[in-house]
Structure formats: structure tokens, C-alpha cells
Design a protein around this ligand. Sequence first.
Ligand code: UD1
Length: 385
Amino acid sequence: MTEPALQEGNKRVVLAFGTRPEATKMAPVYAALARQPGITPLILSTGQQRTMLDEALAVFGLTPDEDLNVMTDRQTLADLTARIVPQAGRTLRAMGADLVLVHGDTTTSFCVTLSAFYEGIPVGHVEAGLRSGNMAEPFPEEANRRLTGVLSTLDFAPTPGSRANLLREGKDPHGVFVTGQTAVDAVREVAGRVPLRPEWREKLDAGQRLVTVTMHRRENLPVMADMARALADVAQAHPDCHFVYPVHLNPAVQDAVRPALGNLPNFELTEPLDYAQMAPLMAASTLLATDSGGLQEEGAALGVPVAVLRNVTERPEGVEAGVLKLAGNDPDTLRSVIGGLLSDEAELARMRSARNPYGDGQAAGRIAQAVAWHFGLVERPADWA
Ligand code: UD1
């Protein structure tokens, strides 16, 4: 992507993020802001995740304007916080930020928001208003997104339900916009542009079904080895399925899953996949089994059923629409839900035909218009209905 020119008088909007999913979901927002007259978008990376973030940026041709490079091996949440907070505000000030946009619920989002607040720089929160109602799950994401929402000036809620959560917490409706999920914009664009890897295409051609698996959540770590053993049982019971699990680089995740899943003929453990490989893999899958937040929306956007490996979800719209099923993190339940789905073609077909409740692929354009409205440049955008 070509860099937008820094035009005299343009408002500087800094997109601040540090993890792979934030980069993926902010990439469409950057592109939409770059097209918006009067606005110059800039990128501040915290580098919370080094390799995985850089790979995600490369898929969209983005380069950070500033990079705090905070990641260390086996970093704790406190380590991250103690490194991001003092540097972020100072850097935003040096970048001349008129507004900073953060995303979702990571430690980067909350720490950049706090630091910007101390500098008097307003914050716009993309993917605002998601709530599981449980501070322990997902941990610490539920706290991160609530804390971010206390300080943000503009809130871009993906759905009417997330807007309602924000108003219930007392947010001023004037600053809240219903935009749809930018993940819908991103996954459709990439899955439509990049073909499936040839070795997975061959599996499909040979009549096998693909199942994409991801697990990395902190609150699942204590039971992750048992969850992995349950997935191994499911794989053995379904030799017609080829499971692909790109394992997160977190060493604690690697230690938990490799022993149970490393030696099965139909269970492929891969390095983290960049989004250009992940999006077509998800689109070609029969089922996604995941504890990720983003994959729940991506499955819904692609019409692929999702078994959610958590006890609660902050994305209830997909459960109501019928494309998501909560499988929990108890190994027995997980075995029966996922095994049951893979044996029930009628149920999978019902899930595939559910409507997508997360957006229409135009979220980034609405966010860019709302940002321009904030600066008095254009009309307020209509909410996504
Ligand atoms: C973070 C986010 C989570 C998001 C996830 C996506 C928080 C609290 N959590 O969780 O919401 O779903 O990212 O990936 O912000 N590592 C590497 N290389 C990398 C990335 C990670 O080696 O490119 C290792 C490091 O040892 C690091 C550890 O993984 O210490 C954990 O990464 P971190 O970003 O702190 O937390 P996640 O659990 O990935």
C-alpha cells in the first residue's frame, strides 16, 4: 500500500496496535482513512507480539511509523503494562496525534488508551462494547475492553447489541456508532483474493473435510493439555477429517498442545499462519474449533460453523443466529460437541445457512466517516442496521 502524503492541515489519526488480530482488523480502517480527505492515518506499533504482528502487517502492505518494540520472552501482563504506558503517550505526542484509534481488548489497547488520556489525546475505540459479563473469561480481555471504554471519546460498536452494552454503562450516545465488524471486511477481501494452499486443496479433492483449530487463551492454559487430548480423540474418531492447527508462538501454548497432538496422521500442527493462508483455510473448512474471539466473527462472515472452546462468549449474536455453538473447555463436553457436529451433516448445514450478524463488509468506511465527522469534515454516518 502506498503511504498517504502528510498534507499540511490534515488531521493526524494514529492507529495504535501490537498484536496480530488487531493489525488484521485495523488494516481496512487504515485503508479507509487514507481515502478520507483531510485525514492522514499513521501507525504506532507497540510490538507486543513481534513475529506474528510483522507477518500480519506484511499481508496488508503496512509499515508502522513508530514501533515501541516491547515484547520479551514469556512477558507478563505487568511487564507489558510497565513498558507501554510511559512510552505510548510520549510517542503519540511526538507524532502530532489529533486522535488515536485502538482496537478491542488487548493489553496494548488499554495501555495506549491510558497513556493517551494522560496526554490529553482523545481515543476512538474500534470493536467497542463487547462484553462476556465475566471478568475472568476472557482474561484479561474483558477488563481491558471495559477500562478502554471508560476513557474513550468515540466508540465504534460492531453490532446493535454492543452499542446497547455501552449505553447501559452510561456512555453518551453521541459518541457511539454502530459500524459492523471490520473483521468481515478483512476476511472477505483476503479469502476472495488468495487461493487455498495446494496441499489442503488436495485433501479436499481426495474427499477429506478440513477442520481448523486454534487455542491460545490464557484462561484455558491450565486445562489446555486436557483439551488437546480430547481433540486427539475426536480426530481419531473422524479419519475423514484433516485437522489443521496453527499453534500460537506462546511457549506455554506450545508446551500444552504438542505432546497430545504432535503425532496423529490427520492432525497437522503448523507454525502460526499468516492471514493470507488462514483466511482461505477457514473459508474451505467444514468447522472451526477455536477459543479465539476473531475466528467467531470470521466463521460467521464466511458461513462456516464454529465450535467455541470457551464457556462464555462476548459475541452472543452468532450463537443466537445459529452459526456459533458453545463447546466450553471441559474435555468431555468438547469431545461430544465437536464429535457430534462432525457426525451431523444436517446440523452443520443449518449452521452454514445462518445469517451473518457481524457486519456487511463496510465497517471501515463507516469508521472513517465517523472520524471525519468528529473533526467537522463530513456528515455523521448512518448506523449499520
Ligand atoms: C494476546 C492478547 C489476546 C489476543 C492474542 C492474539 C492480551 C492480554 N492478550 O495474547 O487478546 O487474542 O494476543 O495473539 O493482550 N510470542 C512470540 N512471538 C510472537 C507472539 C508471541 O514469541 O509473535 C510469545 C512471547 O513469548 C510472549 C507470549 O507469546 O511472551 C505471549 O504473547 P502475548 O501477546 O503477551 O499474549 P497472548 O496470549 O498472545
